[in-house]
Ligand binder design. Structure first.
Ligand code: FPP
Length: 255
């Protein structure tokens, strides 16, 4: 009989892996790259009579937990949608508060992420992000650049269409001929061309939309929508989404 795969050897499982296995997850078939649209912070807050910013603060707590669960589980890539390119559509005070929260979170979590071998990345029009937030992101990316564990990407000032436009512009600037603009060439000019496409996209708070997130990369991603708002999202919801992913037959356009 073949030796058990190390990841399924009961004695070496950590608590998160054990919980996942007990719930029916196969650790040998985890999605490689999970992307999350963290929605519902505002609804979580207003339904409790709280200001929307408190919802974002509570969302930050969820994110801390989810990052830790992701590396304990053994995921390789986690990408979250923190700020759209259309963030200016929010009221000024919310937009500013959200930006400050993301900057503070990026700085405060850096030490723990670095200790846990997490590699921080960013996706979006980073050059348009306010200076202090951009600096926090660049510090995080630089400090963790040689880490080999979970690759955690924060999408800020991100829009999927803008990313495609930016990739085409880069190709044109390089002098690419029309024939040279292929899918592979375009893919190579996306913000993080070294990160594989997400195979599982999770959206919280019940909406069935892509909202301009990783629209090129998620052409073949499985979508799992949970009713839980982002502040309520925990390991059990992640496990449920992974179980849905594992129960589907992925065809990539074939039969
Ligand atoms: C959607 O809630 C979520 C966001 C706008 C951004 C996500 C931000 C966080 C989770 C805060 C912490 C992030 C980091 C990186 C520390 P919404 O306000 O659109 O919710 P609604 O649809 O209920 O109004």
């Amino acid at each position: 009989m073949a030796a058990p795969h190390p990841a399924t050897n009961e004695s070496v499982l950590n608590d998160v892996q054990r919980q996942a296995v007990e719930a029916g997850v196969s650790l040998d078939a985890l999605p490689q790259h999970v992307a999350i649209i963290m929605d519902g912070n505002g609804r979580w807050a207003t339904s409790r009579g709280l200001p929307r910013l408190l919802g974002h603060r509570e969302g930050y707590r969820s994110l801390r937990t989810v990052i830790k669960d992701a590396y304990d589980l053994g995921l390789k890539y986690l990408t979250v949608y923190a700020l759209t390119a259309e963030t200016w559509r929010r009221p000024d005070d919310e937009d500013e508060g959200l930006m400050k929260l993301i900057e503070k979170a990026t700085r405060d979590e850096l030490r723990v992420m670095h200790q846990n071998n997490v590699k921080v990345r960013a996706a979006g029009r980073i050059h348009e992000v306010p200076e202090s937030l951009r600096q926090a992101l660049e510090d995080g990316i630089e400090t963790t650049k040689d880490n080999t564990g979970l690759v955690f990407t924060l999408a800020v000032y991100y829009g999927g269409r803008a990313e495609i436009v930016d990739a085409v512009r880069a190709l044109v600037q390089e002098g690419a001929t029309p024939e040279a603009i292929t899918e592979d060439a375009l893919r190579a000019h996306l913000y993080n061309s070294d990160i594989p496409d997400p195979d599982l996209m999770i959206r919280t708070a019940g909406e069935m939309r892509w909202s301009n997130f990783l629209i090129w990369q998620s052409a073949y991603a499985e979508l799992a929508v949970t009713e839980a708002t982002w502040p309520e999202f925990r390991l059990e919801h992640m496990i449920e989404a992974i179980k849905q992913f594992q129960s589907r037959k992925r065809k990539f356009g074939g039969l």
